[in-house]
Design a protein around this ligand. Structure first.
Ligand SMILES: [Zn+2]
Length: 531
């Protein structure tokens, strides 16, 4: 039922981020420590399984697996396309959001600092059409669905992005971006709209691997603009039409609103700079959206916009592609009725290989639910284990499972293989419990490994349902990205130390991230600043 789910499960605190690193060390130590008394040679050979250089991603740009590298060592600049907030997101969208979560969790696990930005499209044809139907303001509509979106992300235990910029908050940046393209000869104006001139950008079509004719055919289907020079050209700024109502801005580009593609390029650069390490999105965004993002970004900066392009596959429902027109469209709220459903959905998605199509059926969800129950039961029995025995055997099982887990994940996030590694541990632990061969120590070893693996899968949590009554102030509090929360903590420290100059500087940094600090009798709180 719409509006009934939400949670505050995910308050990612510094201690939590810390525990990732600590756990990673434990996990890697386990992978790298040979199970028998080994020579140092053997230790080196095992250790090489888990090094950062091993991580490869399938890069859509080159259509091959490539070793992962970042522009700045140790830091990943990660942009992913977010939702258009005019309705509840469907489970195909959530597959993308969970894929981003897996990418991010694995990079954090590997020791990277991940700077993640995901946009919210809050100005768009669909939004305008819906606003007219519902006779509400665009802000009312997009606030309603962005709040629902954040609730759903929490329900699914998704680590929040550092920023969720909205297109309407970046109109000035978009204006500057488009004027920059005009100045460089990549954009032109026709009847009040500004278009990107595709023929001026010689690399166009590289990501989608389409030639000129294919681009024309693909562009023709979604084009309702007849006054542009080339059918492939796309709108950077759309001139005002009466049906846009009060959704418009007046600036040097004229009265109108931004096109969709420009917002991602603009906001990605605004928060992460002109060279991204990873840009991710659903496979349906490759053309034209991502192709256009590359064209306009690289035309402006002359630099490669993103090194790695990662795309997740579709969700099929009962063997058909999910779509509104086929009437087999499901939102998260249609399928999640209780806590187990939320965890089961998460499990089902994160253990499927992200590039393959995901076949969603009620049977699959049911099977994921029983897997979750099985994991819960095992955890409980391991926690209750008493006595001695099985330690050496368990250490060997855990070592081998960890090794396979890391190898799987490093191979373009092969989560089915990682899940199989986890289940080799689960099966063995269940057998040993049945045979009465697990003592307290062995049980702890198994539990610790399961918890480590769950740093990736993220299914051991308690989703909170029915929190629609959370006040907006509280909800805004929980939406604050980790780095803003950290800034708040630093400001508290600075004030304690009576370093008011530093405290003011930090307050300005918080303000730059779209939050204000409210001092209350209970302490300082963060509040999102309404634009
Ligand atoms: Zn995008």
């Amino acid at each position: 039922m719409p509006g009934c789910i939400g949670s505050r499960v995910l308050q990612l605190t510094e201690s939590r981020r810390h525990s990732y690193h600590t756990q990673r060390q434990i996990f890697r130590a386990r992978v790298s420590v040979p199970h028998t008394k080994a020579s140092s040679d053997e230790a080196v050979s095992v250790d090489s399984l888990g090094t950062e250089s091993e991580l490869v991603f399938f890069n859509s740009l080159t259509r091959q697996k490539e070793p992962f590298k970042t522009v700045e060592p140790g830091v990943v600049r990660f942009y992913s396309c977010g939702p258009t907030v005019y309705d509840y997101a469907h489970i195909g969208n959530f597959r993308a959001f969970l894929t981003y979560d897996v990418i991010k969790r694995w990079l954090i696990f590997k020791g990277y600092t991940v700077r993640h930005v995901m946009n919210l499209t809050d100005v768009d044809d669909k939004i305008i059409a819906r606003v007219q139907r519902e006779k509400c303001s665009a802000k009312e509509l997009t606030d309603r669905y962005s709040n629902a979106f954040f609730d759903d992300l929490k329900l699914l235990n998704v680590i929040p992005a550092d920023h969720y910029p909205r297109a309407t908050q970046h109109i000035e940046h978009i204006e500057t971006f488009v004027n920059g393209l005009k100045k460089r000869g990549y954009a032109y104006e026709r009847q009040g709209s500004t278009y990107f001139s595709v023929s001026s950008f010689s690399d166009y079509g590289r990501l989608a691997q389409l030639d000129r004719r294919q681009c024309e055919n693909a562009s023709a289907s979604d084009s309702d603009e007849y006054d542009k020079d080339d059918i492939r050209d796309f709108a950077l700024w759309k001139t005002y039409k009466p049906e846009d109502g009060d959704v418009y801005w007046n600036n040097s580009l004229g009265k109108g609103r931004p096109g969709w593609h420009i917002e991602c390029s603009c906001m990605a650069m605004e928060y992460l700079g002109s060279e991204l390490d990873i840009h991710a999105g659903g496979i349906d965004l490759v053309f034209p959206h991502h192709e256009n993002e590359i064209a306009q970004s690289e035309a402006l900066t002359g630099k490669q916009f993103a090194s790695f392009w990662l795309h997740n596959g579709f969700v099929n429902i009962d063997n058909e592609k999910m779509s509104k027109s086929l009437g087999n469209f499901r939102t998260l709220r249609d399928i999640v009725k209780n806590q187990d459903d939320a965890r089961a959905f998460r499990y089902m998605v994160v253990t499927s290989q992200y590039r393959s199509a995901l076949a969603f059926t009620d049977k699959c969800l049911k099977s994921a639910r029983s897997t979750i129950k099985r994991l819960n039961a095992l955890q409980k029995r391991l926690r209750e284990a008493e006595g001695e025995g099985g330690k050496r055997e368990m250490e060997e099982i855990v070592r081998s499972a960890s090794e396979n887990f890391v190898k799987g994940m490093d191979d373009d996030l092969n989560t089915p293989r990682a899940a199989a590694a986890m289940f080799s541990l689960v099966n063995s632990a269940e057998k040993m419990l049945k045979a009465g061969r697990i003592g307290k120590d062995a049980a702890m070893t198994a539990l610790e490994c399961l918890n480590d693996m769950d740093k990736l899968f993220g299914v051991f949590y308690t989703p909170e349902l029915g929190l629609a009554g959370v006040s907006s102030e509280e909800a805004q509090d929980t939406e604050a990205p980790l780095q803003v929360v950290q800034l708040l903590e630093q400001r508290v420290e600075a004030r304690k130390a009576k370093d008011f100059e530093r405290a003011d500087q930090i307050r300005d940094m918080i303000a730059a991230s779209g939050f204000s600090v409210v001092d209350t009798p209970q302490g300082a709180k963060l509040q999102r600043v309404e634009s």
